[in-house]
Write a protein that binds this ligand. Structure first.
Ligand code: FPP
Length: 277
């Protein structure tokens, strides 16, 4: 796997992203791609297989996608692996998903580490089985010094829960007199989220044809481009990732400003008005 750029090279604040976008549209490769991996159950049902088989094939798709992301030079890949709402599924399916995570970390951690991948985890850990918590910590600790692709595993993750936890900590600081209410800004809230040092996703992909965010990265998605593909997650691979990025490249990101073409036209018109030409 090719080494992705270091995070220091890609950490860009909102202003700089806006400048880059208005200077020439979107960069060739998005820095941060996030994926809602959906359609495992339908993939299995279409083949008369149990749902767990869809999840198993989903892990294979995940492996292929991580490799492809590294090869393409994507700096950060966030995968929605288990949502805070997934506990509502039948206990046997929850057990299957936990088992798959365990197996994924046990089988793949060494390869991820040797590929210079840094694993990070977002989501609420307190409700997780201690053995799962330890595995997630082991993955983070082993790979902490890697400076290739950052693989963010969103596990027991829900965006409203992430925001509520951040706001609760801020409220505690205000109540304890450590923070003035006027200091509570969008930046401050962003800085208390689960991975505040990572740039917001440039591109969010959802598979299986569904077109919604389902409580995924709601804060960070403010200016993300959204690409929906009908492909069920177990069929997703490097080519499907390329296709989603192709669509992303055709978009023009404005961040609340003007489109690059409109801005250029308006600059020409202004300069013509000044010179009277
Ligand atoms: C959605 O399919 C997918 C998930 C519930 C989570 C994604 C899980 C994996 C890719 C496998 C597990 C991997 C790890 C590392 C835990 P769905 O079941 O909602 O599909 P459906 O909408 O067709 O029923």
């Amino acid at each position: 796997m090719a080494h992705a750029p270091k995070i220091d090279e890609i950490k860009i604040d909102g202003t700089k992203i806006a400048e880059t976008a208005s200077a020439g549209g979107v960069p060739e490769v998005p820095r941060h791609v996030a994926i809602i991996m959906d359609g495992n159950g339908r993939w299995a049902a279409a083949r008369g297989l149990p749902r767990v088989e869809g999840h198993r094939r989903g892990v294979e798709a995940l492996r292929k996608t991580v490799r492809a992301a590294g090869d393409m030079g994507i700096a950060c890949l966030t995968l929605f692996s288990f949502s805070s709402e997934n506990w509502q599924r039948p206990p046997s399916e929850v057990r299957d998903l936990m088992g798959l995570l365990r197996r994924f970390i046990r089988n793949d951690l060494a390869e991820l580490h040797s590929s210079n991948v840094r694993v990070r985890v977002i989501g609420e850990r307190a409700d997780l089985d201690p053995s799962i918590r330890r595995l997630l910590e082991e993955a983070e600790d082993l790979t902490v010094n890697n400076d290739g692709l950052i693989l963010v595993v969103a596990f027991n993750y829900g965006a409203r829960d992430e925001i509520a936890r951040a706001v609760r900590r801020i409220a505690e600081d205000v109540a304890g007199g450590r923070l003035r209410p006027e200091a509570v800004t969008a930046e401050l809230i962003g800085s208390r989220l689960d991975a505040p040092d990572l740039s917001d996703p440039d591109l969010i992909i959802r598979t299986s044809g569904e077109q919604r965010l389902s409580n995924f990265l709601l804060w960070q998605a403010a200016y993300s481009e959204l690409v929906f593909t009908p492909v069920y997650w177990p069929d997703f691979d490097g080519a499907a990732l390329e296709a989603a990025i192709e669509e992303y490249r055709r978009r023009e990101r404005r961040f609340g400003g003007l489109a690059a073409k409109t801005a250029a036209k308006s600059a020409v018109a202004q300069s013509a008005a000044k010179t009277g030409s």
